[in-house]
Design a protein around this ligand. Structure first.
Ligand SMILES: O=P(O)(O)OC[C@@H](O)[C@@H](O)c1c[nH]c2ccccc12
Length: 260
């Protein structure tokens, strides 16, 4: 079984457990549920840098990246650096994250927050809203066209932005629909962990212009961003490059200052 299938298999068990612990009505009663969301798509369209910075303690491809940081310090550092938004990994088993990380980040900053999760159930979208997210990620590789439609329409009805992630042409063709805001091309193949910026370049021409294009993963230099911009990318999701340093906020500040 490839790693993505394993993650999804575990996620189904986890979500069923969570559903038993916290009923939907309780999530919907959360104070954050009525909060007006901030739009990441809007922030990216109006930005000259387009950086989305991620909080990621570890990953199946790299094992430990950084386990010693305080998520609120990281969030404040990223916000001060002037990023357009922050991605918070909430998967525990494979990425060392949690919904509490999202909640803590929400309490620390105003910028758009993306719940970075393997969403396979509408329950997780209600959770995202209840824990203060502004954006959800949907991964085409693990969802049917019907699921992408149901999930993205639910997110839109809650005022959340939707970032749909693809890795190949087939996933892209299946996914294009009006309820998405941003199309992300993952340069990392989630089944093999191979990383290549060529994936973003190749898929860019078949992404309709109505969507904000985001290039994800394996971005570690200013050159990479300069290389991707001519292909229409306005968003760049960066995790490890910032997280592996002692101070991700400072690292993001230096990166953005060099980019401007
Ligand atoms: O750390 P990187 O290589 O800069 O990548 C960040 C982000 O793109 C990556 O964490 C990611 C992209 N899509 C995902 C889906 C699930 C988990 C993680 C991801």
């Amino acid at each position: 079984m490839n790693i993505l299938d394993k993650i999804v298999k575990d996620k189904r068990i986890e979500v069923n457990l969570r559903k038993g612990l916290i009923p939907l009505s309780q999530l919907e009663a959360s104070v954050l549920f009525d909060r007006d969301s901030a739009s990441l798509a809007h922030a990216l369209r109006n930005s000259t840098t387009g950086i989305i910075a991620e909080h990621k303690r570890r990953s199946p491809s790299k094992s430990v990246i950084n386990q010693d940081l305080n998520v609120q310090d990281v969030a404040k550092g990223y916000e001060q650096a002037g990023v357009c938004g922050m991605s918070v990994l909430t998967d525990g088993k494979y990425f060392g994250g949690s919904l509490d990380d999202l909640l803590l980040a929400r309490a620390a900053v105003k910028m758009p927050l993306l719940r970075k999760e393997f969403i396979i159930d509408t329950y997780q979208i209600i959770e995202a809203k209840a824990y203060g997210a502004d954006v959800i990620l949907l991964i085409a590789a693990i969802l049917s066209k019907a699921e992408i439609k149901t999930f993205s329409e639910l997110a839109k009805s809650l005022g959340l932005d939707v970032l749909l992630e693809v890795h190949n042409e087939e996933e892209l063709h299946k996914s294009i629909m009006p309820s998405l805001d941003m199309l992300g091309v993952n340069n990392r193949n989630l089944k093999t962990f191979d990383v290549s910026l060529e994936t973003s370049k190749e898929l860019s021409e078949i992404i309709p212009d109505d969507f904000v294009k985001v290039s994800e993963s394996g971005i570690s230099s200013i050159e990479a961003i300069k290389e991707l911009r001519p292909y229409g990318y306005q968003g760049f999701l960066i995790g490890e490059n910032f997280m592996k340093t002692g101070n991700p906020g400072t690292s993001a500040t230096e990166f953005i200052n060099t980019l401007n």
